[in-house]
Ligand binder design. Structure first.
Ligand SMILES: [Zn+2]
Ligand SMILES: [Zn+2]
Length: 261
Protein backbone atom coordinates (compact mmCIF):
# COMPACT_ATOMS: atom_id res chain seq x y z
CA UNK A 1 0.00 0.00 0.00
CA UNK A 2 1.25 3.45 -0.87
CA UNK A 3 1.40 6.08 1.80
CA UNK A 4 -1.53 8.50 1.70
CA UNK A 5 -0.69 11.85 0.15
CA UNK A 6 -1.02 15.02 2.20
CA UNK A 7 -4.24 15.79 0.36
CA UNK A 8 -5.72 12.36 1.08
CA UNK A 9 -4.82 12.63 4.73
CA UNK A 10 -6.40 16.07 4.94
CA UNK A 11 -9.57 14.79 3.29
CA UNK A 12 -9.77 11.94 5.78
CA UNK A 13 -9.28 14.26 8.75
CA UNK A 14 -12.00 16.49 7.35
CA UNK A 15 -14.35 13.47 7.16
CA UNK A 16 -13.53 12.44 10.73
CA UNK A 17 -14.42 15.89 12.06
CA UNK A 18 -17.60 16.01 9.99
CA UNK A 19 -18.78 12.57 11.15
CA UNK A 20 -17.84 13.44 14.74
CA UNK A 21 -19.85 16.65 14.62
CA UNK A 22 -22.89 14.79 13.23
CA UNK A 23 -22.69 12.47 16.24
CA UNK A 24 -22.49 15.36 18.74
CA UNK A 25 -25.44 17.10 17.02
CA UNK A 26 -27.41 13.86 17.46
CA UNK A 27 -26.42 13.64 21.17
CA UNK A 28 -27.38 17.28 21.64
CA UNK A 29 -30.91 16.65 20.33
CA UNK A 30 -31.54 13.64 22.60
CA UNK A 31 -33.05 13.93 26.07
CA UNK A 32 -31.16 12.44 29.00
CA UNK A 33 -27.64 13.08 27.66
CA UNK A 34 -25.48 15.35 29.84
CA UNK A 35 -22.56 15.73 27.47
CA UNK A 36 -20.60 13.88 24.83
CA UNK A 37 -17.17 14.14 23.26
CA UNK A 38 -15.39 12.45 20.35
CA UNK A 39 -11.67 12.07 20.75
CA UNK A 40 -9.05 11.58 18.05
CA UNK A 41 -5.44 10.97 19.08
CA UNK A 42 -6.12 12.29 22.57
CA UNK A 43 -7.81 15.52 21.46
CA UNK A 44 -11.50 16.41 21.48
CA UNK A 45 -12.59 16.81 17.83
CA UNK A 46 -16.27 17.47 18.57
CA UNK A 47 -18.21 17.89 21.79
CA UNK A 48 -21.59 18.94 23.13
CA UNK A 49 -22.94 19.93 26.55
CA UNK A 50 -19.63 21.28 27.87
CA UNK A 51 -16.85 23.79 27.25
CA UNK A 52 -13.43 23.25 25.68
CA UNK A 53 -11.70 22.82 29.04
CA UNK A 54 -14.07 20.13 30.24
CA UNK A 55 -13.91 18.48 26.81
CA UNK A 56 -10.13 18.19 27.21
CA UNK A 57 -10.54 16.62 30.67
CA UNK A 58 -13.15 14.22 29.28
CA UNK A 59 -10.86 13.37 26.34
CA UNK A 60 -8.03 12.49 28.75
CA UNK A 61 -10.44 10.34 30.80
CA UNK A 62 -11.64 8.58 27.63
CA UNK A 63 -8.04 7.76 26.65
CA UNK A 64 -7.18 6.46 30.15
CA UNK A 65 -10.33 4.33 30.44
CA UNK A 66 -9.95 2.92 26.93
CA UNK A 67 -6.30 2.11 27.59
CA UNK A 68 -7.13 0.45 30.88
CA UNK A 69 -9.85 -1.57 29.19
CA UNK A 70 -7.71 -2.57 26.23
CA UNK A 71 -4.59 -3.38 28.24
CA UNK A 72 -5.72 -4.70 31.62
CA UNK A 73 -9.33 -5.81 31.34
CA UNK A 74 -8.93 -7.40 27.91
CA UNK A 75 -5.87 -9.25 29.24
CA UNK A 76 -7.68 -10.34 32.37
CA UNK A 77 -10.75 -11.77 30.66
CA UNK A 78 -8.97 -12.66 27.39
CA UNK A 79 -11.68 -10.92 25.36
CA UNK A 80 -11.79 -7.70 23.35
CA UNK A 81 -13.51 -4.80 25.09
CA UNK A 82 -15.91 -2.70 23.01
CA UNK A 83 -16.91 -0.21 25.68
CA UNK A 84 -16.42 0.69 29.32
CA UNK A 85 -19.30 1.89 31.47
CA UNK A 86 -18.76 3.81 34.70
CA UNK A 87 -21.78 4.16 36.99
CA UNK A 88 -22.52 7.64 38.29
CA UNK A 89 -25.14 8.34 40.96
CA UNK A 90 -28.72 9.13 39.95
CA UNK A 91 -29.03 6.43 37.28
CA UNK A 92 -26.40 8.02 35.07
CA UNK A 93 -23.42 6.37 33.44
CA UNK A 94 -20.28 7.42 31.63
CA UNK A 95 -19.73 5.25 28.59
CA UNK A 96 -16.46 5.10 26.65
CA UNK A 97 -16.28 3.22 23.36
CA UNK A 98 -14.01 3.07 20.35
CA UNK A 99 -15.02 2.97 16.70
CA UNK A 100 -13.02 3.77 13.59
CA UNK A 101 -10.10 5.17 15.59
CA UNK A 102 -12.35 7.61 17.47
CA UNK A 103 -13.11 7.41 21.16
CA UNK A 104 -16.62 8.40 22.18
CA UNK A 105 -17.38 9.41 25.75
CA UNK A 106 -20.97 10.11 26.80
CA UNK A 107 -22.47 10.86 30.18
CA UNK A 108 -26.21 10.49 30.56
CA UNK A 109 -29.14 8.39 31.77
CA UNK A 110 -28.14 4.77 31.46
CA UNK A 111 -30.47 3.39 28.78
CA UNK A 112 -30.38 6.39 26.46
CA UNK A 113 -26.58 6.55 26.82
CA UNK A 114 -26.26 2.88 25.90
CA UNK A 115 -28.52 3.32 22.86
CA UNK A 116 -26.77 6.50 21.74
CA UNK A 117 -23.38 4.79 22.09
CA UNK A 118 -24.50 1.91 19.85
CA UNK A 119 -26.03 4.18 17.24
CA UNK A 120 -22.97 6.46 17.16
CA UNK A 121 -20.68 3.43 16.76
CA UNK A 122 -22.67 2.01 13.85
CA UNK A 123 -22.82 5.46 12.24
CA UNK A 124 -19.05 5.91 12.54
CA UNK A 125 -18.58 2.45 11.05
CA UNK A 126 -20.49 3.58 7.98
CA UNK A 127 -23.92 2.07 8.57
CA UNK A 128 -26.73 4.22 7.16
CA UNK A 129 -30.50 3.78 7.39
CA UNK A 130 -32.87 5.31 4.86
CA UNK A 131 -36.63 5.68 4.55
CA UNK A 132 -37.80 2.99 2.09
CA UNK A 133 -40.25 5.46 0.53
CA UNK A 134 -38.24 8.64 0.02
CA UNK A 135 -34.64 7.66 0.76
CA UNK A 136 -34.30 10.18 3.59
CA UNK A 137 -31.34 9.37 5.90
CA UNK A 138 -32.79 8.49 9.32
CA UNK A 139 -29.55 7.15 10.85
CA UNK A 140 -29.17 10.00 13.36
CA UNK A 141 -32.77 11.21 13.40
CA UNK A 142 -34.54 11.94 16.66
CA UNK A 143 -38.15 11.00 17.49
CA UNK A 144 -40.41 12.54 20.13
CA UNK A 145 -41.98 9.81 22.26
CA UNK A 146 -45.79 10.23 22.04
CA UNK A 147 -46.18 9.16 25.68
CA UNK A 148 -43.44 10.89 27.71
CA UNK A 149 -42.63 13.55 25.06
CA UNK A 150 -38.91 13.03 25.36
CA UNK A 151 -36.59 13.02 22.36
CA UNK A 152 -35.29 9.54 21.67
CA UNK A 153 -33.43 7.99 18.72
CA UNK A 154 -35.68 7.44 15.69
CA UNK A 155 -34.49 3.86 15.44
CA UNK A 156 -35.45 2.90 19.01
CA UNK A 157 -38.23 0.30 19.08
CA UNK A 158 -39.00 1.00 22.73
CA UNK A 159 -38.74 4.39 24.47
CA UNK A 160 -35.72 4.18 26.81
CA UNK A 161 -37.49 6.50 29.27
CA UNK A 162 -41.08 5.26 29.59
CA UNK A 163 -41.02 1.87 27.85
CA UNK A 164 -43.66 2.79 25.23
CA UNK A 165 -43.39 0.60 22.11
CA UNK A 166 -42.55 2.93 19.21
CA UNK A 167 -41.81 0.47 16.42
CA UNK A 168 -43.78 2.35 13.78
CA UNK A 169 -43.49 6.07 13.17
CA UNK A 170 -43.76 8.71 10.48
CA UNK A 171 -40.75 9.43 8.30
CA UNK A 172 -39.62 12.97 9.25
CA UNK A 173 -39.32 13.77 5.54
CA UNK A 174 -42.25 12.17 3.67
CA UNK A 175 -44.58 11.39 6.60
CA UNK A 176 -45.19 7.77 5.58
CA UNK A 177 -45.21 5.13 8.30
CA UNK A 178 -41.94 3.20 8.56
CA UNK A 179 -40.04 1.16 11.14
CA UNK A 180 -37.02 2.52 13.04
CA UNK A 181 -34.79 0.97 10.39
CA UNK A 182 -36.71 2.59 7.52
CA UNK A 183 -38.79 -0.38 6.38
CA UNK A 184 -42.21 0.10 4.84
CA UNK A 185 -45.19 -0.67 7.03
CA UNK A 186 -48.54 -1.96 5.79
CA UNK A 187 -51.43 -0.44 7.69
CA UNK A 188 -54.31 -2.75 8.51
CA UNK A 189 -57.57 -0.91 9.06
CA UNK A 190 -60.56 -2.10 11.08
CA UNK A 191 -62.69 -1.97 7.91
CA UNK A 192 -60.27 -4.32 6.19
CA UNK A 193 -60.33 -6.61 9.20
CA UNK A 194 -64.16 -6.79 9.10
CA UNK A 195 -64.22 -7.57 5.38
CA UNK A 196 -61.62 -10.27 5.90
CA UNK A 197 -63.55 -11.72 8.84
CA UNK A 198 -66.80 -11.91 6.81
CA UNK A 199 -65.13 -13.62 3.84
CA UNK A 200 -63.16 -16.06 5.97
CA UNK A 201 -66.22 -16.68 8.15
CA UNK A 202 -68.36 -17.57 5.10
CA UNK A 203 -65.72 -19.94 3.78
CA UNK A 204 -65.35 -21.53 7.22
CA UNK A 205 -69.15 -21.85 7.52
CA UNK A 206 -69.47 -23.53 4.09
CA UNK A 207 -66.75 -26.04 4.92
CA UNK A 208 -68.24 -26.86 8.33
CA UNK A 209 -71.79 -26.98 6.92
CA UNK A 210 -70.59 -29.27 4.10
CA UNK A 211 -68.90 -31.58 6.58
CA UNK A 212 -72.04 -31.53 8.73
CA UNK A 213 -74.13 -32.60 5.74
CA UNK A 214 -71.71 -35.42 4.78
CA UNK A 215 -71.68 -36.73 8.36
CA UNK A 216 -75.38 -36.39 9.26
CA UNK A 217 -77.08 -36.21 5.81
CA UNK A 218 -79.44 -33.82 7.56
CA UNK A 219 -79.73 -30.41 5.83
CA UNK A 220 -81.06 -28.68 8.96
CA UNK A 221 -78.10 -29.79 11.08
CA UNK A 222 -75.70 -28.90 8.23
CA UNK A 223 -77.09 -25.34 7.95
CA UNK A 224 -76.96 -24.85 11.70
CA UNK A 225 -73.39 -26.14 11.90
CA UNK A 226 -72.45 -23.89 8.97
CA UNK A 227 -73.95 -20.81 10.63
CA UNK A 228 -72.25 -21.48 13.96
CA UNK A 229 -68.98 -22.24 12.15
CA UNK A 230 -69.16 -18.98 10.18
CA UNK A 231 -69.76 -16.96 13.34
CA UNK A 232 -66.94 -18.66 15.24
CA UNK A 233 -64.39 -18.38 12.42
CA UNK A 234 -65.37 -14.80 11.51
CA UNK A 235 -65.39 -13.70 15.14
CA UNK A 236 -62.01 -15.24 15.79
CA UNK A 237 -60.44 -13.51 12.78
CA UNK A 238 -61.99 -10.15 13.61
CA UNK A 239 -60.89 -10.30 17.25
CA UNK A 240 -57.34 -11.17 16.31
CA UNK A 241 -57.00 -8.67 13.48
CA UNK A 242 -54.84 -5.68 14.36
CA UNK A 243 -56.58 -2.46 15.38
CA UNK A 244 -56.63 0.47 13.01
CA UNK A 245 -53.13 1.82 12.40
CA UNK A 246 -51.60 -0.98 14.30
CA UNK A 247 -49.41 -2.34 11.63
CA UNK A 248 -47.39 -5.14 10.29
CA UNK A 249 -43.89 -4.46 9.06
CA UNK A 250 -43.04 -5.71 5.63
CA UNK A 251 -40.11 -7.94 6.31
CA UNK A 252 -39.39 -9.09 2.76
CA UNK A 253 -35.80 -8.90 1.72
CA UNK A 254 -34.95 -5.93 -0.43
CA UNK A 255 -37.54 -3.82 1.31
CA UNK A 256 -35.03 -2.47 3.79
CA UNK A 257 -32.65 0.14 2.51
CA UNK A 258 -30.08 -0.67 5.09
CA UNK A 259 -26.62 -0.38 3.64
CA UNK A 260 -23.08 0.76 3.83
CA UNK A 261 -22.27 4.35 3.02
ZN1 LIG B 1 -41.35 7.75 26.32
ZN1 LIG C 1 -39.63 9.13 3.87
Amino acid sequence: LSKPSGEEREAREHDVIEFASHVTEFLNRLDGIEYGVLVSEGFPVAYTGMDQEKAETAAALAVDLATAAEVYIADLINEEISSVVVFVKGGRVISVSRSKGLLLLIEGQRRITEEATQIAASYLEGQRLHCSYCGYDITLEVYRCPKCKRNIPFRSDVCPFCGRVVRFKKCPNCGKIITGTGRKVILVKRGDALRLAVIEGLIGGLVIGGLGFIVTMNPVVAVAAGAVGAAVVGGFIYRNAPAEFEAQAQEEKGEASQGQA
